[in-house]
Ligand binder design. Structure first.
Ligand SMILES: [Zn+2]
Length: 273
């Protein structure tokens, strides 16, 4: 039975424990979140005017990397869109425009100056610096954002972090431990506390499995034992802001489910032949 326990959750960050699964399963989920869950990113730019010091290519690259809020329900992946057009249509392309000019003082142009046609597809943050403009310099461009996948380009990754680790287990053998306190000092996560009844553990979940406590223990064999549960993992996911973090997880599960169903269909088709 799979069991999930949410430890922390905000709009952009989630940390949870998954129990009852194995490494291939959690790694499949991690890889799908990184490479297969679509997100919006600027994919094509028409530069009408650029007299800044940045070349068109560098500017285009910087703009491609701006995380954009993504509306997965209203847009199609270009390769799956019925329009079949190379330029795209309203269902597979979102337009943004940028016009900036400086007359007297040098200033920085930020992502907030990008004007989206659809407010649902706008930069996640309006404080990303794009370029500095000096007096008399101008910038005018049209940008086309499209859905894409991280496996083609990292700008389409909906996550800025997606990792898992084994759920740690820290045990102290109270009979052999003489409460010297070396492990308390060395642990970077402050897992150990000195109490009147000897050394105790707290927040074991924060253990990074660095094993410094085991090395620091003067007893032979050490009185501290650090191990992990092979069927439980702590997952940490941070969204770029493109999608709510829980949506990324749900989409990943759906993609995995679809891949397995496709696999099954192919097997059945192969047998019938
Ligand atoms: Zn289309």
């Amino acid at each position: 039975m799979v069991e999930i326990q949410i430890l922390e959750k905000t709009d952009d960050f989630m940390r949870f424990i998954v129990r009852g699964v194995n490494i291939p399963f959690v790694n499949a989920l991690r890889r799908i979140m990184l490479t297969e869950v679509p997100a919006m990113a600027i994919d094509e730019i028409i530069i009408l005017e650029n007299s800044s010091i940045l070349s068109d290519e560098i500017l285009a690259h910087r703009m491609g990397l701006i995380p954009l809020k993504t509306d997965l329900d209203s847009y199609n992946l270009p390769e799956e869109c019925k329009c079949g057009s190379e330029l795209g249509c309203n269902l597979c392309r979102a337009n943004l425009t940028l016009e900036a000019e400086v007359t007297d003082k040098t200033r920085t142009v930020y992502s907030g100056e990008l004007k989206p046609e659809n407010p649902d597809i706008a930069p996640v943050s309006d404080k990303i610096p794009l370029v500095k403009l000096a007096p008399e310099q101008r910038l005018k461009l049209e940008a086309y954002a499209r859905l894409g996948k991280g496996k083609k380009h990292a700008k389409w990754q909906p996550v800025s972090m997606c990792t898992y680790m084994y759920l740690p287990e820290v045990k102290i053998d109270s009979e052999r431990c003489d409460a010297c306190g070396k492990c308390v000092k060395v642990c970077p996560e402050e897992i150990f506390v000195e109490t009147e009844g000897g050394i105790k553990t707290q927040n074991e979940i924060e253990c990074t499995l660095c094993m410094d406590c085991v090395d620091a223990c003067p007893k032979e064999p050490p009185a501290v034992e650090v191990s992990w549960d092979e069927k439980a993992f702590i997952f940490k996911i941070e969204s770029t802001g493109a999608l709510p973090v829980e949506r990324i997880v749900v989409e990943a599960v759906e993609i995995l489910d679809k891949n397995i169903k496709d696999f099954r269909k192919q097997v059945e088709k192969g047998i019938k032949k």
